[in-house]
Design a protein around this ligand. Sequence first.
Ligand code: 2M8
Length: 443
Amino acid sequence: MSGWAWVEEGASEELLVERARALLDDLSTGRYTKPCRRLYPHQWSWDAAFIAIGRARVDQPGAESELRALFTGQWANGMVPHIVFDPDCTEPYFPGPDFWETSRSPDAPRRPQTSGIAQPPIHATAVRHVHDHAADRASALSFVAEMVPKLLAWHRYLQTERRRNGELTEIWHPWESGMDNSPLWDHALARLDPTDLPGYRRADVGVADPEERPTDQEYDRYVYLVDRMRRMHYLGERIRAATPFAIHDVLWNTLLAQANRDLAFLCRTVDMAPGPLEEWADGIAAETESRLWDPEMELYGDIDLIDGIRRTEPVGSAFAPLFAGIPGPKRAERLLEALARFAVETPGGWLVPSYGIGQPGFSSRRYWRGPVWLNVNWLIHLGLLRYGFIEPADRIRRGMLDVVRRSGFWEHYHPVTGEGGGAHDFAWSAALTIELVRGGGGA
Ligand code: 2M8
């Protein structure tokens, strides 16, 4: 990782903030920020949250409007969809609204059009972040008051529709995890038999390098799962009973545990009773400890609800429970030791790859199968700080800022060379750079 740089050596961190801000403004439609120019031309759910987290430090109205725009797509049952489609967008994207056909659901809004699945529930955490760093306190308070009922509906949906027994909540599609092409899903996807598929044409491979994207076999399975949910009119009860893909995912549940706590805080901020939110958070945390922790691998693993088996994979997100303060101090120490073996040493510090280098299923370029993502690194950085692991947290911060200095704002980075991959000029990489610089290493 040497010999090239995107900003001159010795340039200040503030220069990174300036460039990040310029990129976010360039990707902004005035209402929301596109994840990038061509590959993802609409508003995505967890992207919006990360973008708001970064914007909160430099542009509070922009941060507020980002989340407000996302929630215009919220369903009547509380679900926040993973994509809110932009009616003015002229770039191709598949699957678009015509494929999702969410009008089949009694809960989907007519306008704006949306997808029919969700993404990791980090929104209450983002709203709290906007609140905590607001320059304009009055605006922040009215923003919180506006968002709390919407967030409560979202969390209630998760608590009811996404639970079958126990405390953990489940996902029904790899796209819901946000880590779409991760080896985490290989086993569950291999079990599917995608026959009778509706005709479709991928748009992503026309815009991005196919070597960095999922294979056609994987895409067939993604489409198959969407088609099944569409046929079930996106009704939670029917999907829960019949889906061939249901997972208790570590990252998803970690983010929900933290978001439940953050939402309880937001409720109190506007003098509302938090109800059972903290119990929900405690329940998820306790079950993550008792059911997702793998004592042999000394890592957290996902449970496949179709065969009931926990499969622990060497993924970066296996360290995420630190972010929500889930492990006790001893287990946190074990995780730190595992992280020191798993992270890549770079000249700048540490970077956490999405999948263990050299493991079966690893690819340095195919997305979520090895490359480094700044959002997961940022969550782990905050998790380490939470436990007082200051030096390792700082290593990740330095690793992240260093790779940005070298390569710029990419969707992901080669875990060894630091070269950018996927979409260039990617919004959450810019937003989290702002957050890292302005946050000065703290949450
Ligand atoms: C990627 O996912 C979309 C589908 O949702 C895609 O590949 O078309 C993922 O990396 C996801 O986490 C992300 O939110 C989205 C937009 O950046 O792109």
